[in-house]
Design a protein around this ligand. Sequence first.
Ligand SMILES: Nc1ncnc2c1ncn2[C@@H]1O[C@H](COP(=O)(O)OP(=O)(O)O)[C@@H](O)[C@H]1O
Ligand SMILES: [Mg+2]
Length: 259
Amino acid sequence: MLTAKNISVTLGKKPILNNVDFSANAGEITAIVGPNGSGKTTLLRAITADLEFSGSVHLNGHDTRQMKAYELAAIRAVLPQSTSLAFPFNVLEVVRLGLTTGGEAQRENLPMQALARVGLTGFEAKYYQELSGGEQQRVQLARVLAQVWEPVIQGAPRWLFLDEPVASLDIGHQLMVMGLAKTYADAGGGVIAVMHDLNLTAMFANRVALIDRGEMVAQGRPAEVMREKTLSDAYGCHLRINTTPPDGEVFLLPHVATI
Ligand SMILES: Nc1ncnc2c1ncn2[C@@H]1O[C@H](COP(=O)(O)OP(=O)(O)O)[C@@H](O)[C@H]1O
Ligand SMILES: [Mg+2]
């Protein structure tokens, strides 16, 4: 389990997050949603111990501030919102970076398996810089998967933290990546993903946390959080929410009053 309590973050002199409580369970996908600039990436960076914050974060019962970098790297991998590389690495070398930080260093064949998982078999010798944005994003996903390949080790769940993992992907690859996340969670791992696509969120997330202007507005199952007024207020636009028969899955359409 991940439990974050009273998280506040100030960047420069600007308060970005204000006493945010957030939790996520292993075995589930937890989505963090909210408008641009609301603090989603900042929350993800706080709970991955990537920036200074006040409050506390416990991962699998351990205070993350007391954990050493290698201990954290062995149980959680982070896909940042954007990644630039200073050197001309090829694809296989980028994926292998995951092995150097995680607990899977002995598993030489993992990078190729991870590339296959994201549909990039045959890309291993290509230069990372020469790939499309969506292909680069899947290479990065292969890297984080290689880092924490087994969703559970010695009875303890491992965690994927993904900042907009499907942002530059076509719809087929969006479903592929969300399917991967679901497989990881179904096998006992934890997945925490910042998401913009609310329909994909409703389809895949077990729990949703909605942030607006640095505050946690709502947290719960998709049907509890994804209500017309709650979302329309947060995103500042008119949204219509409906459910698909027979399972009552939420879907959502933008509503433009005057065209
Ligand atoms: N290093 C920084 N210094 C000052 N402000 C920042 C910094 N990084 C982000 N911010 C501000 O924090 C707010 C939240 O950013 P972020 O967490 O990236 O939003 P989101 O991921 O929800 O779009 C934004 O207003 C952004 O401009
Ligand atoms: Mg962001």
